[in-house]
Design a protein around this ligand. Structure first.
Ligand SMILES: NC(=O)c1ccc[n+]([C@@H]2O[C@H](COP(=O)([O-])OP(=O)(O)OC[C@H]3O[C@@H](n4cnc5c(N)ncnc54)[C@H](OP(=O)(O)O)[C@@H]3O)[C@@H](O)[C@H]2O)c1
Length: 258
């Protein structure tokens, strides 16, 4: 019997690539984002090429009741979900005090609150009934503080720690949670977050979104706890374990500077 995956932030970037991967494996889809036209285009392309059905939902996931609204519509119009991919997210490069509060409020709402609420809704739905798998898109930003992107880095640490903790806690219910940690990847993220101003993206190779999505998909299906994309990206989280935290933050500040 075919299964169904819900993917947030599926209109572009890593989420869009994940949508095509799930469809190739003949999973039905629920695709969520704000861009109605982009979602409709993806739906048509997938339904023309793969034997699956695609339900799209145009929702701003920064809204306070967004997760509940998504869950209610899914239960009413689609039914059960087997895979939840919490991918939607954004960052903002710049000094903390130069950024409007509204931007941080929306970032925390999307990257943290809605992700956690959707996870809670589906875990409660699955427990003791039909276990599912969750893929939470974190980042290599999760492993250290990030001056000039302090709030974004902190939200991604939250996602990593939440995923690891829940993965352990929910083992007994056969629910798996995977945290995908990409480094800089070729998507709209660079433009949205203004990251192109930082040394980070000037000095490291930029990954292909398709490859990052494929790694996340495989890791989720294998029930792995954490997966980092790219050999260089794996090195830093390993190496910083042996350095004093103060040094790590100073080093991160140097890398993040304009
Ligand atoms: N690219 C990188 O370098 C990189 C590195 C590490 C981690 N990540 C993480 O990877 C994830 C995917 O990002 P990406 O790189 O694929 O960026 P992207 O190309 O900008 O895609 C972001 C997706 O999230 C959706 N989204 C943004 N705000 C939303 C909102 N308020 N409500 C609903 N959907 C929203 C966007 O759709 P709409 O605009 O249509 O709403 C889009 O589909 C994010 O969590 C990001 O933090 C990216």
């Amino acid at each position: 019997m075919s299964k169904t995956a819900l993917i947030t932030g599926a209109s572009k970037g890593i989420g869009k690539e994940l949508a095509f991967l799930f469809a190739e494996k003949e999973h039905n889809l629920v695709l969520v984002a704000r861009s109605a036209e982009a979602l409709e285009k993806i739906k048509v392309e997938i339904e023309e090429t793969c034997p699956v059905s695609v339900h799209t939902m145009v929702v701003d996931l920064c809204g306070a009741s967004a997760a509940q609204a998504v869950f209610n519509e899914v239960k009413e119009k689609v039914g059960d979900i087997d895979y939840l991919v919490n991918n939607a997210g954004f960052g903002d490069y710049g000094a903390f005090s130069d950024t409007e509060w509204d931007c941080y409020e929306r970032m925390i709402a999307l990257n943290v609150t809605t992700l956690t609420h959707l996870t809670h809704l589906f875990v409660c739905d699955w427990r003791g009934r039909k276990p599912g798998r969750i893929l939470n898109v974190s980042s290599t930003a999760a492993f250290q503080p990030g001056p000039m992107m302090a709030v974004y880095f902190a939200t991604k640490s939250f996602v990593l720690h939440l995923s690891e903790a829940l993965g352990e806690e929910l083992k007994k219910d056969h629910i798996t949670i995977t945290a995908l940690c990409p480094g800089p990847t070729s998507t709209h993220f660079g433009e949205v977050s203004k990251m192109s101003a930082s040394q980070l993206v000037k000095n490291v190779p930029i990954a292909d979104a398709k490859k990052v999505a494929a790694l996340g998909y495989r890791a989720m299906m294998q029930g792995r706890a954490v997966v980092i994309h790219g050999a260089m990206n794996k090195l830093a989280p390993f190496a910083i374990r042996f350095l004093p935290r103060k040094w790590v933050t100073c080093l991160s500040a140097k890398i993040m500077r304009q």
